[in-house]
Write a protein that binds this ligand. Structure first.
Ligand SMILES: *Cc1c(COP(=O)(O)O)cnc(C)c1O
Length: 385
């Protein structure tokens, strides 16, 4: 099976991890800060915190922004469930904004219309999570303008987008948001096995998230309520978690970061080749906003089912049967049973549901060979024509 995504691990990555195993610190040593500084410098953010997953990063990002009971968080229905679940962890409510039919990202005009209604009804969101689906950044300028007008905070879920750019600048610099989150799960662009990162330009948010990452405990006398009892002393001043990243993971991250630009460039080569060789097929290839350089975590095509004369499911199954490990990103979150039990129903977000009825993620990963890509294209020709 040619998978839809897979990690790219070299001997240099392996040596970096083994070196940590033979060192003094397996956790809370020098590699985590090194990884954090490397990513922050690369993308141009002032502060960065490595954590054990993007899900954890989203959770502490929401808490740091003060999200809690009685508040509401809005996000896109076309995302991994974690982008919505983080609100529920904080006791807040979730709502969704339908997608743009061209970018598949949260649609800024749908957002504006929903905000106008919410303002009248007194149900404005406290936080919006903009998900850069497939690595293509959302229209952050429009979102930031609405955030100023309606006074909500913005988190970028850039789990798909490290190495990508918005208006010529790296995603993660938080120019149009309060916090940006990356994921380093093995199918994503760079990996630390499990892992994530939160980036911000606010020293205050960084300090809050640092506390929340490690039990709410501080060793900084300036944060303590009274003078230390002695050199052993620490204080718990908030209720935090153990969301720390290990040194092994950070060493892998530092090593992978050396090849980030190369990884994204390779994904662009593969995408350009797909664009060219799928042009004659009854599929819609991904549209790229001219202002952006996608991280290209995913290459999603939409099937023109009337022309194909087969169902979405039939096409999907035929591709899998022939060894093409296609996938579907994502099942609209509001259609998940857990969300349906909260009152969401089919029909709530029609663009998202239309997308779901036609989308297929084709294999896309750095180490994909020309032969593998040719095979994907050949099978697509057989199945779709
Ligand atoms: C993968 C992913 C996450 C969760 O990442 P983890 O590191 O696995 O917790 C969150 N949001 C999006 C959009 C993702 O793709």
């Amino acid at each position: 099976m040619i998978p839809y995504g897979r990690q790219d691990i070299t001997q240099i990555d392996i040596d970096a991890v083994v070196e940590v195993l033979q060192s003094d610190f397996l956790t809370q040593g020098p590699m985590v800060p090194r990884f954090e500084q490397g990513v922050a410098r690369h993308v141009g953010a002032a502060h960065s915190l490595a954590v054990n997953s993007a899900t954890s990063a989203l959770h502490i990002a929401c808490l740091a922004l003060g999200l809690g009971e009685g508040d509401c968080l809005w996000t896109s229905p076309i995302t991994f469930v974690a982008s919505a679940n983080c609100a529920l962890y904080c006791g807040a409510q979730v709502d969704f904004v339908d997608i743009d039919p061209r970018t598949y990202n949260l649609c800024p005009s749908a957002l504006e219309r929903k905000l106008q209604v919410a303002e009248r009804e007194g149900t404005l969101p406290k936080v919006l999570i903009a998900v850069h689906l497939c690595g293509q950044p959302c229209d952050m300028q429009a979102i930031a303008a609405l955030a100023r007008r309606y006074a909500f905070k913005v988190i970028e879920d850039a789990s798909h987008a490290i190495g990508g750019k918005y208006q010529g600048e790296f995603i993660g610099n938080c120019r149009h948001s309060d916090i940006t989150v990356f994921s380093f799960h093995p199918v994503k662009i760079i990996t630390t096995a499990e892992g994530g990162m939160a980036l911000t330009n606010s020293a205050e948010l960084a300090e809050k998230m640092t506390l929340l990452r490690s039990h709410g405990i501080t060793r900084d006398p300036a944060q303590m309520t009274h003078a230390a009892d002695g050199p052993w002393y620490y204080q718990q001043i908030d209720l935090g978690f153990n969301y720390r990243m290990t040194e092994l993971q950070a060493a892998l991250g530092v090593s992978q970061m050396q090849r980030l630009d190369q990884f994204v460039a390779r994904r662009h080569e593969l995408a350009a080749r797909y664009d060219r060789l799928l042009a004659a097929l009854p599929v819609m290839t991904p549209w790229q906003h001219p202002d952006s350089y996608s991280g290209l975590h995913l290459y999603v095509v939409r099937l023109k089912l009337e022309q194909i004369g087969k169902s979405h499911r039939e096409v999907f199954e035929s591709l899998r049967e022939q060894g093409i490990g296609v996938n579907l990103h994502y099942i609209p979150v509001h259609t998940q049973p857990y969300y349906q039990s909260m009152g969401f129903k089919l029909g709530d977000f029609p663009e998202a549901e239309r997308y779901y009825a036609e989308a297929i993620s084709l294999p896309m990963f750095q180490t994909m060979t020309r032969v593998q890509q040719d095979r994907v294209i050949e099978v697509l020709h057989e199945v779709l024509c």
